[in-house]
Design a protein around this ligand. Structure first.
Ligand SMILES: [Zn+2]
Length: 470
């Protein structure tokens, strides 16, 4: 038996979870992400999976973003106790992401109870920090490029996806005694053709079926220099004595911003005295991981070891760790930069900064990446001037801006190039991890350019990969 079931990111961008039924009673889950965004999406996290935890033999993780790993503690709480495979860098980052997520789930429930905006009384956390610890104990490292036998007759090979530190796409092969093997390629999230400092992604190996992300399947990234675009924002903040408040994913996007700020300062394009605050213990922790995994990026060990040469640390940078220090940031005036997670303003310390500063004329809120439907980030970039944050209505007077040159995801042409890099045409491509509008456009593009069969799976849909045609 080899059936593929879509348990998330099928018609939406978040909640990546794909289950391969490898026998009648068992199978493996590829990614185990949280649904993020509006209430309807978040409530989907409370629904038990269509597959019981006891039927999942193994979990394969592509990378450590919350929408790919954030459901793991919930699954562990529901009885999953088998191995979770990921690269070493992914495991390290997952440590920060899942502990933080467990803590935030607890805090959100506490906050909702205290301020009386809980829909359920009392509000309960989806999972706790303890559940996150238990999930972390199940991780086992897997090396890129080495084919590893996972279950009877089923093996997996990890390749570099160039999306964030440790990120991979996964090639799965099931062998049979009486027929040719069947191969399935899960793209995970695919990085840019030329990432800012990560090593670029590998070519796609041949596969019978490809499950491909389609976040930007309907558009091309503008060809703008990342440094020039960021510099223009800094100059605006300096000229108007504003605080530049940047919601940024703690993993990679925060470090990319630090890298670019540092480069602008070293080149004398912005003052090296400009105060930059990173208000995210997770971003600070992840920055340390860069020192350990030099094979993932272009920085040399010498650069990382010497404070004067370090590409992601500089002297006007202050890392905020405690909640008290974070509250003190409410008192600072511009010009200054505050970088805080989460990147789509769906939780974390950025919510407190937005609550405090959105009504101020001397604030610029700068979004740096994809904003999913029904997130506060999406509301703000669409020009909504009245928003709700943690039960409080806020009038938006701050200037809302968006950087177009920073993206961890390839655009339509980059995704298409990666598909084309596969040495043979697959029997079908399943498009996931994209809003319906994006994946419909990308489907037409693949069909017209490559002539391949493209399927847009629905949530819960199952496909028999052993069938003659699907
Ligand atoms: Zn990702």
């Amino acid at each position: 038996m080899l059936k593929l079931q879509f348990l998330g990111a099928a018609g939406q961008v978040t909640g990546s979870k794909y289950f391969l039924h490898t026998s009648t009673s068992r199978g493996m889950l590829v990614d185990c992400g949280l649904f993020q965004g509006g209430r309807k999406l978040r409530e989907m996290n409370w629904t038990d999976l269509a597959i019981s935890a006891g039927n999942i033999g193994h979990i394969l993780i592509t990378h450590a973003h919350l929408d790919h790993i954030g459901f793991l503690p919930r699954l562990v709480k529901r009885g999953y106790h088998n191995p979770i495979f990921a690269t070493k860098a992914t495991i390290e980052i997952a440590g920060y992401v899942l502990r933080d997520s467990g803590h935030l789930q607890e805090e959100d429930a506490k906050h909702a109870n205290k301020h009386g905006y809980a829909r359920h009384s009392p509000a309960l956390p989806l999972y706790t920090s303890q559940d996150a610890e238990e999930a972390l104990n199940l991780f086992q490292p897997i090396e890129r490029g080495n084919k590893k036998l996972i279950q009877d007759n089923v093996s997996a090979t990890y390749y570099n996806a160039g999306h964030i530190l440790g990120s991979c796409f996964v090639h799965i092969e099931k062998k049979y005694e009486d027929r040719d093997p069947i191969t399935v390629l899960f793209s995970g999230d695919l990085g840019r053709r030329k990432p800012i400092y990560l090593k670029p992604k590998d070519s796609a190996p041949a596969a019978d079926y490809i499950i491909c992300e389609s976040t930007y399947g309907d558009r091309l990234h503008k060809n703008i220099d990342a440094l020039d675009e960021l510099k223009a924002m800094i100059v605006e903040a300096i000229n108007t004595s504003s605080v530049l408040l940047i919601p940024a994913f703690a993993v990679d996007r925060s470090q990319e911003l630090l890298f670019c700020l540092n480069a602008l300062m070293r080149d004398g394009k912005i003052p090296d005295t400009l105060p930059v605050y990173v208000d995210s213990p997770m971003a600070a922790g992840v920055t340390d991981i860069y020192d350990k995994f030099s094979e993932e990026h272009i920085f040399s060990q010498e650069e990382l070891n010497e404070p004067d040469k370090n590409p992601i640390r500089f002297k006007s940078l202050k890392v905020i760790t405690t909640p008290e220090q974070s509250k003190h940031l409410n008192d600072i005036n511009g010009p200054a930069v505050i970088i805080s997670a989460s990147g789509m303003a769906t939780g974390g310390r950025i919510m407190h900064h937005l609550l405090h500063r959105l009504a101020n004329l001397d604030t610029i809120v700068l979004f740096t990446g994809y904003q999913a439907e029904e997130t506060l980030g999406r509301e703000l970039i669409e020009g909504n001037t009245n928003v709700h944050i943690m039960g409080t209505q806020v009038q938006v007077r701050a200037r809302i801006r968006k950087l177009n040159s920073y993206s961890g995801h390839g655009d339509q042409s980059e995704l298409l190039d990666w598909l084309k890099s596969s040495p043979k045409a697959p029997k079908a491509v399943f498009l996931t991890h994209g809003e319906d509008s994006a994946r419909k456009v990308f489907k037409e593009k693949i069909e017209s350019e490559l002539g391949w069969k493209v399927i847009l799976p629905h949530l819960g849909e199952i496909f028999d990969l052993e069938a003659e045609s699907i």
